[in-house]
Each structure stands twice: as C-alpha cells, then as structure tokens.
Design a protein around this ligand. Structure first.
Ligand SMILES: NC(=O)c1ccc[n+]([C@@H]2O[C@H](COP(=O)([O-])OP(=O)(O)OC[C@H]3O[C@@H](n4cnc5c(N)ncnc54)[C@H](OP(=O)(O)O)[C@@H]3O)[C@@H](O)[C@H]2O)c1
Length: 313
C-alpha cells in the first residue's frame, strides 16, 4: 500500500517562505507583481486563473489581471505582452493556456522577456534548461543561494517551468532518490513532459520518455522506478503496468462531467503496487501554483539585486 504524497502540505510550506520573502522586499519599499493574461473563457483556464489569484493574495503578491476576448488578434495579445514587459511593477507573466486555436502560442510566449518568463516556456528559457544553465535551481532551495550563484554567472539563468519544477520538489520533499533510478515520463509536451525529462536527467536518472506513438507503454512503465504521467488520459496507468515499489507521480488533470477531477493514474489499483503515489487533486497541482509564486518572488529579488546589489545582502 503506497504512501500518499501530500502536495498541499508542501505547497503551504513553499508559500509560507514566499510570503516571508515578499514581506522582506516590502520592507525595502518593493512590491512584487504577477501579470496574468487570459484570452477567452476556457473553464479549466479560469479555474487555474482564479486559484492563482487567491494564492497571490495569500502571499502578498499583487496580481495584475489582463483579460482579452476570445476573438482578440495576435497583435492585441502581443501589445499586452509588450506592455507587461515594460511594466516595472510586474515581475513575471503567466499566460493561461490553451490560447484560442487561431493564435500562434509560441509567438506569444517568445515575446515575453526571459526575465519575466516565470513559467519558463519561451525558447530562451527552454534552451537554457536544455543547456543545463538553469538546472542548478533543482539542486538548491532558497533564493539567496541562487542570488549568490548569479553573482558568478556570466549569463543570467532562466526560470524553470513550474509543473516539472514542482514534481522535482515533491520527490525531494519525500526524500525519494532520483540519481541512478529509471524514470519513465509519459508525455512529451513542452510545458511538462519534455522539461521534466531534462530535469530528471540533470538529477542523473536514466530517463525514458513515452508518448502517443510509443508501442506497448506497459513494457516501459513496468521497468520504471519512478513513473511520471502527464497525458490528460484518464486511467492510462493501471496497477498491472507498475513495478512493485515504484514511485508514481500523477500530473494529469481530467475534469469529469460532475466537475470532479481525476488524473492519468488509476489510483485504486496503482496504490496497491506503488511505494509512493500522488493523489489528484492534492498532489502536483497545488505545488505548481506554489512554484509559480516562488519564481515570481525570485524574479523580483533578482531584479532588485541587479539594480542595487548590496541592498539584499
Ligand atoms: N498538475 C498540474 O499542475 C498540471 C500542469 C500542467 C498540465 N497538467 C495536466 O497534465 C496533462 C498533460 O498536460 P500537457 O500540457 O503536457 O498536455 P499536452 O500538451 O496535451 O501533452 C500530452 C502528452 O501526452 C501524450 N499522450 C497522449 N495520449 C497518450 C497515450 N495514450 N499514451 C502515451 N502518451 C500519450 C502526448 O503524446 P504526443 O506528444 O505523441 O501527442 C503528449 O506528449 C493534462 O491533463 C494537463 O491538464 C497538470
């Protein structure tokens, strides 16, 4: 019977630290701001949007809301991104996905300046992660180590995508060894599967990435010490696909007709085989939002550090 990893508990601890850091900046007269850009009215996006607003309020981050209609043109959206890039009050920008079909989402995220790309999805952030220039953040907690590290870094590293960053934090919180383990990541999206596989690789796991065209998914998952599933396919990972004692992280979110939420993992059968498992809800989801807030305050600290290096010593 698996131990259930409590994402809410970890998220509360991260948020408590973020709140302290926000208050510290406030003492210097610095406000921390997060921009939220929502185009259209997708129910799932609205849920995430509102949850982020509530979380910002809790930790003292000022949320700047930008809501555009479903019919907005790419130019209108880019103008808002440009305004946010220039806005001194805003330290990070979260663009809610999916954007309307006619909008080229890559064009939008690539327009966010890397210093404010707190979800790490722009090409520069993705490249820095792949080049191992940002991964030092998954080896250390605490902003001050990061800031100290920045003093010696010729280039400024980018922020890590919040969901996979949160998965790594969750594994570390429960002292789960990653080094040398076989991690199977199911899903290869730019937001979750791909960056998570890079982070696990940086932590020296042996990584297998599976996707829709993978033949015989169970053949791979049965070999895994750690399974991370991010597909949005309800019940994809079943008990007979999991090795005895494996760690199972369920990133998927599927909203059922009655409004309830389930993940990719068939919780009941998998919990009998796994050693650790994340629930949905209450697993990776809350940690994602906490990491978004952490990246935002880190952005504010870094900006201030670069402008007045001795102030935050
Ligand atoms: N908990 C959180 O905080 C959080 C954050 C973000 C996303 N999510 C959830 O995580 C899930 C994935 O999100 P995403 O943005 O990565 O979605 P996505 O862009 O739709 O990517 C889904 C990935 O799953 C793969 N896939 C789909 N069906 C599969 C199957 N039957 N077998 C193996 N692989 C399959 C796809 O493969 P191909 O590439 O071959 O098409 C793709 O790589 C969603 O449910 C989303 O709501 C949760």
């Amino acid at each position: 019977m698996a131990f259930i990893m409590d994402g809410r508990r970890l998220a509360e601890e991260i948020k408590a630290r973020v709140k302290e850091d926000v208050e510290r900046l406030n003492e210097f007269g610095i406000d921390v701001g997060l921009g939220l850009l929502l185009v259209g009215e997708s129910a799932a996006s609205l849920q995430y949007y509102n949850a982020t607003l509530r979380a910002c309020k809790k930790v003292g981050i000022t949320a700047y809301q930008f809501r555009l209609s479903e019919n907005s043109s790419i130019n209108e959206i880019l103008n808002v991104v440009h305004d946010i890039n220039r806005d001194e009050r805003i330290n990070g920008l979260l663009v809610l996905f999916p954007l309307p079909k006619k909008i080229n989402a890559r064009r939008v995220v690539n327009e966010i300046v890397p210093e404010k790309d707190i979800d790490g999805l722009g090409s520069i952030s993705v490249g820095r992660l792949a080049a191992d220039e940002s991964t030092f953040q998954i080896f250390k907690e605490g902003y001050y180590e990061v800031l100290n590290e920045c003093k010696f870094m010729p280039s400024v590293s980018s922020f890590l995508p919040c969901t996979p960053f949160g998965v790594i934090r969750l594994l570390e919180y429960y002292n789960i060894d990653i080094k040398g383990k076989h991690a199977v990541v199911v899903g290869k999206s730019l937001a979750v599967g791909k960056p998570l596989s890079l982070m696990l690789l940086a932590k020296e796991a042996t990584v297998t990435v599976c996707h829709k065209s993978t033949h015989d998914l169970a053949h791979f998952t049965r070999q895994a010490d750690i399974i991370c599933s991010a597909t949005g396919v309800r019940g994809l990972i079943k008990g007979d696909m999991v090795k005895e004692g494996a760690v199972v992280v369920d990133i998927g979110i599927n909203v059922l007709e009655d409004g309830s939420i389930v993940g990719d993992v068939d919780f009941e059968s998998v919990k009998e085989k796994a050693s650790y498992i994340t629930p949905v809800p209450g697993g990776v989801g809350p940690v994602t939002i906490a990491m978004l807030l952490e990246n935002t305050v880190r952005s504010a600290q870094r900006t201030e550090f670069l402008k007045s290096p001795f102030m935050l010593e």
